[in-house]
Design a protein around this ligand. Structure first.
Ligand SMILES: C[S@@+](CC[C@H](N)C(=O)[O-])C[C@H]1O[C@@H](n2cnc3c(N)ncnc32)[C@H](O)[C@@H]1O
Length: 326
């Protein structure tokens, strides 16, 4: 393995002109794993556009998730004060570091060889990344709902996934992920990228989007909000009446299965849905403000959601533990 890595680092060219050929050569020594989303962006024009659109300042610390062999990393190093790159595959690291060294940029690069989903992010100003598509959803939620304040995240994503992030209420792609992200951030479309711009080529096309956290966010318990949206979007094409109303569903949602508790909750829920005019509405057609209002109305009558999306009495409203966004 070490021998292979040494041979690979010797192959690295000075310019970005022959990126595709370079990666064909690298592939002779290192197999790119589809399961890790190892599709390397080799079009210098797209790499330049991503960096330009990210509006990086020379004082910025950039977080890159999945630097791979470093095509994007080298551009980010040139534009920023520092790049923190989190890469799960240790085979990529010597290639990445060697390329940075040859450009005189090694001192600006900090590599963390870990799973980005299981690593606490160090402080950073912005994110720029061609992320592995398999972890797009939890990664976007981790960034947007994380504690680190950042300016923007320029992300190269699978086209369909990007379309969902860009969707608005009423669009067929609008789903729980979109509603959760849009509560806290604005999402801007930048450009589409063809599958031919990657080596090896993936089966799907891609898009670049920029996510910008909002300055002002609504006053809502974010853990409860995510649990609430999980219940609402359980079946995004069902009416909220159908989702919440059936006794079986209330029993499923409710920790206690005693009939009197269930009936009293059911009455409260139906009352809120009816009086608020939500009974016949589908969650994917509601604006974020309307969904926030529905949660507010539930809370007003003492109906709360815990991190499993379960209904709670006011007394046991808060619980520890992470919300599963899948
Ligand atoms: C789509 S490639 C991007 C490579 C490079 N940044 C580029 O633009 O061509 C995704 C990279 O993410 C890495 N990766 C996959 N899962 C990861 C995870 N959970 N945490 C960190 N890196 C991961 C892969 O090993 C791969 O190098």
């Amino acid at each position: 393995m070490l021998g292979a890595t040494r041979r690979v680092t010797e192959l690295i060219p000075r310019s970005l002109q022959s990126l595709r050929r370079l990666h064909e050569d690298i592939e002779d020594n290192i197999h790119f794993y589809k399961s890790r989303g190892q599709h390397i962006l080799t079009n210098p024009r797209i790499l330049d556009a991503i960096v330009r659109k990210s509006a990086i300042n020379p004082t910025d610390t950039v977080l890159e998730i999945g630097p791979g062999t470093g095509n994007l990393t080298l551009k980010l190093l040139e534009a920023s004060h520092e790049v923190i790159a989190i890469e799960i595959d240790h085979r990529m690291v010597p290639i990445l570091e060697n390329r940075a060294l040859k450009r005189g940029l090694r001192n600006k690069l900090k590599v963390i060889t870990k799973d980005a989903l299981r690593t606490e992010f160090p402080p950073f100003d912005l994110v720029v990344a061609n992320i592995p598509y398999g972890i797009s959803s939890p990664l976007v939620i981790k960034l947007v709902y994380g504690t680190t304040r950042f300016r923007s995240a320029t992300l190269l994503l699978q086209k369909e996934f990007a379309r969902r992030l860009l969707a608005n209420p009423g669009d067929s792609e609008f789903n729980r992920l979109a509603v959760n992200v849009k509560l806290l951030a604005d999402v801007e479309f930048v450009m589409d990228v063809s599958k031919r711009d990657f080596f090896p080529s993936p089966k799907v096309d891609s898009s670049v989007v920029i996510i910008r956290p909002k300055d002002k966010i609504p006053t809502v318990d974010l853990r409860e909000w995510r649990a609430f949206t999980r219940t609402c979007f359980n079946n995004k094409n069902k009416t909220l009446g159908a989702t919440f109303k059936s006794k079986r569903k209330v029993l499923e949602l409710l920790e206690f299965s005693k009939d009197d508790v269930c009936n009293s909750f059911k009455e409260k829920i139906i009352g809120v849905l009816r009086e608020g005019g939500f009974e016949d509405k589908r969650p994917s057609k509601l604006s974020i403000d309307e969904l926030l209002h529905l949660l507010y109305l539930f809370n007003q009558v003492g109906v709360y959601f815990d991190h499993h999306g379960e209904l709670r009495n006011e007394d046991d409203r808060f619980e520890d533990g992470d919300i599963d966004d899948k």
